[in-house]
Every structure is written in structure tokens, then in C-alpha cells.
Ligand binder design. Structure first.
Ligand SMILES: *Cc1c(COP(=O)(O)O)cnc(C)c1O
Length: 432
């Protein structure tokens, strides 16, 4: 896979280099220069591909995307290690299906990208020290922490906005200790993300720690996520596949970017909705073509509290190149009151949706054609948002075991002001 920096297309890198460096010059993200149809490497065609099991099919998709940089059997082993849990498609009402992506160890879809990225770094960085620096709006932290926990020669530094993630989300990463170092930043997710970007411009820090990022900036996470969109379509009855409309709850726009990559390489995706909470920079951009981020607002769907989505540049590149048509791309916003109304509405249909999932459902219902076949993504297990789900639906949730265990342990995070120098000193003192 040949990639270029979307801010400076003279910087061109291989997949391995893009994974190892994370972010390009001028804080530009890397993106494939070209995306080939999957038939060019899998001549049996899409239907035959969809007939395969999830792990075999995912190995083929990832080998196709990555190209001959990595041997096929290496990729197959990485996929097998990373994707060791289920993906389920559940019919919630006629022609409306929920893609449950929360059956991994930290109960959110971030496990797919986090675990595959960990496999990549373990394969590429056989020697030398690596420090994974990542900002989390709630779920990336846990996925990355669990994927790298106790891995030799790897430290993980996680920044999260203090008091702005749910207790369950937070405890899943701040209670681990060992090689997982957590900082509660006095700010919002965009502040944490800005500190990570600044650290990557700090050559001295970068060198002494062997810095790498595990944010959805990292291309390894995105390519991993492409695989479950194929699984979603594979689980639909054959006659419905051509009409699929996929709705993705969006914050940093990595997940919907992966769906679009899937479509570009040949997955039948008729329409795509990327629905946001009240942090609506992209919906406003789609309406009036003006990029005007405003301050981030705290929401029930906190993992989407992002007003400067890093992956939008990638999505926009595909749209501007007409690899995916603007006519088939929708981006709307669902506010806080509507989120609660929708959670209740979905509950009446016999399904429990946490706030992010409810937003995806609502986006789908607004945008879907009468004869469409809808798939909305459930990006987190309801128990991860226990407080708001129980409160809004007036129910009591069972705690899955990994969550109950984490909740019982003390938080080991350190408080830090929203200041890059403070972070730099703290991290150097601990890890250099
Ligand atoms: C991260 C996250 C999202 C948003 O995904 P993006 O790829 O950042 O758009 C949605 N829901 C949940 C539960 C998340 O953790």
C-alpha cells in the first residue's frame, strides 16, 4: 500500500512506515494514493468473498489493502490473533438491522482497530522501545490499553478529558497499571488530541520515547475496521445486499471512513449516513460547505464529543475524488433531547441502545429510502454507559464480568493541567 500525506502529497510512505509514524508532516494524515477493487487480487469475486468466514475473509481483505509488503500468512496470523470475538447482526425491526461491534474485551468497536494495531506494531517493531501515545474520548483508551497490556518493550500513555468519560469507560483503562500510564487532563477531547499532535512535532520527545500514536489517525486501525462492514453485508440475506444503507455514529469519523474504503474496494454499500451528536462540524460543512468548528460540547454520547474530526480529511478526499458519491452520503445531527427520545423508542422495540447506538438508529431512520435495507452500528455495549442508560430507560442493567471487575479496582490515573509542557515533563520523568 502506497500512501501520501493529505497535507503534503510529496511525502509518500509504505503501509509499515505509515503505521510506525502515525502522523505525517504538518500534522497531515496518511491516505492510500489509490484503492484497487478487491477482485484485482481475489478473482472469485465479491459473492465468493462474502461466503467465507469472518477471519478468512478479513485476512484476504487486509492482504489486498496492505499489498505485498507483508506475507499473506503473516497477515492471516495477525488477523486471527486480533479478531478473536464475534460480530453480530441483529434484526431490530423489518429491514432494520443492528451491527453489534461490542463483543470484544473492552465492549466497544475500538477493540478491532486497537487489537489489529497492536499486532502490527508487535510485527514491525521487533526491537527497540515504543511508547504509544493516545488521546481518548472514552473507548480507544480501553481498547489500546488492553491490546498492549504487559507487552514487552511497549509503554502506553493515555490522555483523557477528566470527568468527561463514563466511569465504566474510564475504569477499563485506568485500573490496569504496569505499562499503561494514564493522565486525566483538565480539558476536552480536542485538547487531548492537540497535545498528542504537539508531541509528534517534538523531535526530542519522539526520539527518546519511540513515540507512536494509536488514535484513528493510525491507518492500521482504519483498515482493520473495513473488515466488519463486509461481515455485516455477509450476514444479510443475499437478495437484500444491493440495497444496504449503513449508518455510523460519528465523532472523529474513522469508522465511517472505513465503511467508505470498503465501498471503494467493492463492498456493495448503497448509501452511508455519518450521524453526529450536537458536535456538528461535519453536518454543517455538508450543508453550507464551510469548515467552522466551534467549542466541543459535552454529550450523552461522549465518545463523539469531537469538533475537529481528524479523519474528515480522508473521507472528504474520497468524496471529492468521486470514489463515493456525495449524493449517497448523509450527515445529520441528533441533539441531546432526541437521543433520549430515540433510546426509549428503540427500547419499546425490544432493543437496548446506548446513546451512540441510538444516534446511529435515528440517522438511519431519517435518511433511509422506503425500500432500503438499513444497518445501524452499535459501537458500545449499553453497560459501558450504565448511568445514562439506566436513568433514561428506567431499567437496571446486568454488568458483564470484565466491567464488574474493572469497576471494583482503584483508578491509577494522574491529574494533569491542559498544558503541553506539563505533559512532556511528566512523561519524560516516568519513561525516559
Ligand atoms: C469512538 C466511538 C465512536 C465514534 O467513532 P469515530 O470513528 O471516532 O467516528 C462512536 N461510538 C463509540 C461508542 C465510540 O467509542
Amino acid at each position: 500500500m502506497k500512501l501520501h500525506n493529505l497535507k503534503d502529497n510529496t511525502q509518500q510512505v509504505s503501509f509499515v512506515e505509515a503505521v510506525k509514524t502515525g502522523l505525517g508532516r504538518e500534522q497531515g494524515v496518511f491516505f492510500p494514493i489509490k484503492l484497487e477493487k478487491i477482485e484485482s487480487s481475489f478473482s472469485e469475486g465479491i459473492d465468493a468473498l462474502l461466503d467465507l468466514d469472518f477471519v478468512s475473509r478479513s485476512s484476504i481483505i487486509l492482504s489486498h489493502l496492505i499489498g505485498d509488503e507483508l506475507p499473506k500468512d503473516t497477515v492471516a496470523q495477525m488477523v486471527k490473533n486480533a479478531f478473536n470475538f464475534d460480530v453480530k447482526l441483529v434484526e431490530v425491526e423489518d429491514n432494520v438491522h443492528c451491527l453489534e461491534l461490542f463483543h470484544g474485551p473492552t465492549l466497544a468497536f475500538k477493540d478491532f482497530g486497537g487489537r489489529f494495531m497492536a499486532e502490527c506494531l508487535a510485527t514491525f517493531n521487533k526491537e527497540g522501545k515504543t511508547t504509544i501515545l493516545t488521546a481518548t474520548s472514552g473507548d480507544t483508551g480501553a481498547a489500546v490499553a488492553h491490546a498492549f497490556y504487559k507487552k514487552e518493550n511497549i509503554d502506553v500513555v493515555i490522555l483523557y478529558p477528566k470527568g468527561k468519560v463514563s466511569l465504566a469507560q474510564q475504569k477499563l483503562f485506568t485500573t490496569l497499571g504496569e505499562n499503561i500510564h494514564c493522565y486525566a487532563i483538565d480539558g476536552c477531547f480536542d485538547d487531548c488530541q492537540a497535545m498528542v499532535k504537539q508531541a509528534f512535532l517534538d523531535n526530542e520527545l519522539k526520539e527518546s520515547l519511540g513515540l507512536n500514536s494509536a488514535n484513528s489517525i493510525n491507518i492500521s486501525r482504519l483498515v482493520a475496521q473495513v473488515c466488519y462492514y463486509f461481515e455485516a453485508i455477509a450476514q444479510l440475506p443475499k437478495e437484500k445486499r444491493a440495497k444496504a444503507h449503513i449508518s455510523v455514529p460519528s465523532g472523529n469519523f474513522g469508522n465511517v471512513c472505513a465503511a467508505m474504503i470498503g465501498s471503494v474496494i467493492g463492498l456493495p454499500v448503497n448509501k452511508l449516513s455519518a450521524t453526529t451528536n450536537q458536535n456538528d462540524t461535519v453536518p454543517r460543512f455538508i450543508t453550507n460547505k464551510e469548515w467552522a468548528p466551534v467549542d466541543t460540547k459535552e454529550s450523552l454520547s461522549n465518545a463523539m464529543d469531537v469538533s475537529r474530526p481528524n479523519n474528515w480529511a480522508r473521507v472528504q478526499t474520497m468524496l471529492d475524488n468521486n470514489w463515493f458519491s456525495y449524493d449517497n452520503f448523509y450527515s445529520q445531527t441528533v441533539d441531546e433531547a432526541q437521543t433520549q427520545v430515540v433510546m426509549k423508542e428503540v427500547y419499546k422495540k425490544g432493543y437496548i441502545a446506548e446513546p451512540h447506538t441510538a444516534i446511529a438508529y435515528e440517522g438511519l431512520k431519517r435518511d433511509m429510502a422506503d425500500d432500503g435495507v438499513g444497518i445501524f452500528l452499535s459501537t458500545a455495549h449499553p453497560a459501558k454507559f450504565k448511568e445514562s442508560v439506566e436513568d433514561i430507560l428506567n431499567i437496571e442493567l446486568d454488568m458483564p464480568q470484565p466491567l464488574a471487575d474493572a469497576l471494583a479496582k482503584p483508578c491509577l490515573a494522574q491529574d494533569l493541567e491542559n498544558d503541553y509542557q506539563a505533559l512532556r515533563e511528566a512523561v519524560l520523568a516516568k519513561l525516559a
